[in-house]
Design a protein around this ligand. Structure first.
Ligand code: CU
Ligand code: ZN
Length: 172
């Protein structure tokens, strides 16, 4: 009896050691669709009120490009349809990042300047690193066209220019 209790205690200790500190930072490195030259890195960091999203993305055409977290962290298909639809754990309609009801993955648009560069820096209240809205292991997609925040369920943002998988990274 005493020895089985000891086994349970050491199993708990081992599980604690393996799980280490909770994830507070994640990164997605974009890969471009064939023939494109979109690149960049998106960083997700735990912040007051949600997750801070920061990105520097290059190789775009000037203007707005839909920018979403998609359901699957799978960029294996040539057209990136393997990433699935917008990440939507709550089953809400598609909308813009400032709308109360939206897909958790609706990060809105990125705005590329005349040099084709877009910078992103905001705190997203719907994303997290744990629970049903965790971004870990999901996909990030940059689209060819602007997200209109209305058309269901895609925002009519056109083709998928670049894809990245969100992976846990070492705390800064
Ligand atoms: Cu998308
Ligand atoms: Zn959406």
């Amino acid at each position: 009896m005493r020895s089985s209790a000891l086994v349970v205690v050491s199993a708990v200790a081992l599980a604690t050691a393996v799980s280490a500190a909770p994830v507070a930072r994640a990164t997605a490195v974009l890969q471009s669709a064939a023939g494109g030259k979109v690149g960049g890195t998106i960083t997700f960091t735990k912040a007051e009120g949600g997750v801070k999203v920061a990105a520097h993305i290059t190789g775009l055409t000037p203007g707005s490009h839909g920018f979403h977290v998609h359901e699957f962290g799978d960029c294996s298909a040539a057209d990136f349809t393997s990433a699935g639809g917008h990440f939507n754990p709550a089953g809400d309609p598609h909308a813009g990042p400032k709308d109360a009801k939206r897909h958790a993955g609706d990060m809105g648009n990125i705005e590329a300047n005349q040099e084709g560069v877009a910078d992103v820096d905001y705190v997203d209240p719907m994303l997290a690193f744990e629970g049903p809205t965790s971004v870990l292991g999901r996909g990030v997609i940059v689209h060819a066209a602007a997200d209109d925040f209305k058309t269901q369920p895609t925002g009519n943002a056109g083709g998928r220019l670049a894809c990245g998988v969100v992976g846990a990274t070492k705390a800064p």
